[in-house]
Design a protein around this ligand. Structure first.
Ligand SMILES: [Zn+2]
Length: 249
């Protein structure tokens, strides 16, 4: 067990610390509350403890150690579930599209595979005995097709307002970023995962990348453009990153 970070501790104010217990990182927030709370948050099974201000850090650390079995159990259950849900593509699973959750329904069909939305269902028509990987790639191709329709509409909306021009655009899977912008080639990539996010999030990301055509780095000038074009961009950004480790580069 060792200390990683000590962020700030003005007297009587909320303080945040990061500790590590058996290589599990735990974020500790001390604030004006009466009881200590322990939570494990999806999807990455982040462990957080909230504790009263008067409780000293050794006592909190001891508390974490006594709860270690519980923490490990919840983490492995959560991380296991996450892995599973990324793979199966079976009827009854929930899948996101534009910020809404749909129940996947698989129907057998000998026609060309298709994906459609029917009320709260995401309907996948496929030949029987298609593997999970193929089902996934059919849904992903559909996500891609939807983004190919949606994203250029935002380019068209914002190019005039911002007086910029996007020359090239593509969609790809990215592990750590929501999007990228090559300012020389005026080329924007967006992450395929954005198809699962709300239109507000998608528009935020598109505007963010387009602002890079005016300002390369995330400096005060960049923020001023964001404030001007999309005054509620912070809310949209928070929603986009709520359960994610990706960044809006
Ligand atoms: Zn950026």
């Amino acid at each position: 067990m060792k200390w990683l970070k000590f962020l700030k501790s003005p007297k009587g104010k909320t303080t945040i610390h990061q500790i590590e217990v058996e290589s599990i990182s735990i974020e500790i927030t001390r604030k004006k509350i009466k009881n200590i709370h322990l939570r494990v948050y999806p999807p990455l099974a982040t462990v957080k403890i909230s504790a009263p201000l008067k409780m000293d850090i050794d006592a909190i650390r001891t508390f974490a150690v006594t709860k270690l079995d519980w923490i490990k159990q919840h983490r492995s259950r959560m991380l296991g579930k996450e892995r599973e849900s990324q793979r199966e593509f079976i009827s009854g699973e929930s899948h996101y599209f534009l910020g809404k959750s749909y129940v996947l329904e698989i129907l057998e069909s000998n026609e060309k595979p298709s994906v459609s939305i029917n009320e709260d269902k995401l309907v996948l028509r496929i030949k029987p005995d298609i593997s999970a990987e193929e089902r996934e790639s059919i849904v992903h191709a559909w996500y891609r097709a939807q983004l190919k329709i949606l994203v250029p509409q935002y380019f068209a909306k914002w190019e005039g307002v911002m007086n910029v021009k996007v020359n090239e655009f593509g969609i790809k899977k990215m592990k750590t970023k929501w999007g990228t912008c090559n300012v020389v080639k005026k080329r924007i990539w967006v992450n395929l995962e954005l198809a699962k996010k709300s239109l507000d999030c998608l528009e935020y990301l598109v505007v963010h990348e387009m602002v890079h055509l005016l300002e390369r780095s995330h400096n005060h000038r960049f923020v001023a453009f964001m404030d001007k074009f999309l005054p509620d961009w912070r809310v949209r950004k928070a929603e986009l990153n709520r359960y994610s480790v990706r960044q809006d580069d």
